[in-house]
Design a protein around this ligand. Structure first.
Ligand SMILES: [Fe+2]
Ligand SMILES: [Fe+2]
Length: 175
């Protein structure tokens, strides 16, 4: 496998896909926790509606986690059990911004994952990821509306000038 293959999604190995999906799963756990907590601690009349929406997001993130874990198991991997770190704050705007930032990163990651799954011929995985990404984009829209801003562009996983992946793993380009 070459470095370029990580970027283009061409024929990444099953093991690499399991590793990447486990990172996605850790992100889903992070989202479950953040939405569970934030939906309950967001106070003030201005945040009543979004707090209710965040509660709904928490349930959707759990459904995503189960779907991703199922795909990892199908590929022969072991689903991880550790969430990515969750930011804590007492400031409603900071909480909503943290959620939006995470959703942006998630959408970027799943866009790449869908291309990789397609390239592997894993069409059921691709279909599952497509269902998830539709909801992640809805989450971005809800959060952006609550913050009174336009939906920001998705964060694409960093790639070098030559299209090489800069993901922090063994495939990081040497400079
Ligand atoms: Fe999710
Ligand atoms: Fe989400």
């Amino acid at each position: 496998m070459t470095k370029e293959n990580i970027t283009t999604g061409a024929n990444i190995t099953r093991e690499k896909m399991i590793q990447l999906l486990n990172e996605d799963l850790a992100g889903e756990y992070q989202a479950i926790i953040a939405y569970t907590v934030y939906s309950q601690v967001l106070k003030g009349a201005a945040y009543t509606d979004i707090a209710r929406e965040l509660e709904a997001h928490a349930g959707e993130e759990l459904a995503h986690a189960i779907k991703i874990a199922k795909q990892i198991d199908y590929l022969g991997g072991m689903p991880c059990v550790t969430p990515k770190p969750v930011k804590t704050s007492n400031d409603p705007v900071e909480m909503l911004r943290a959620d939006l930032e995470n959703e942006r990163a998630t959408v970027g990651r799943y866009r790449e994952r869908i291309r990789q799954a397609e390239a592997m011929g894993e069409f059921a995985l691709s279909e599952t990821l497509r269902e998830i990404i539709v909801q992640e984009q809805d989450h971005e829209i809800d959060l952006s509306a609550a913050l009174g801003i336009n939906v920001p562009h998705a964060k694409t996983p960093a790639h070098g000038k030559n299209g090489q992946s800069q993901l922090k793993d063994t495939h990081a380009p040497r400079r």
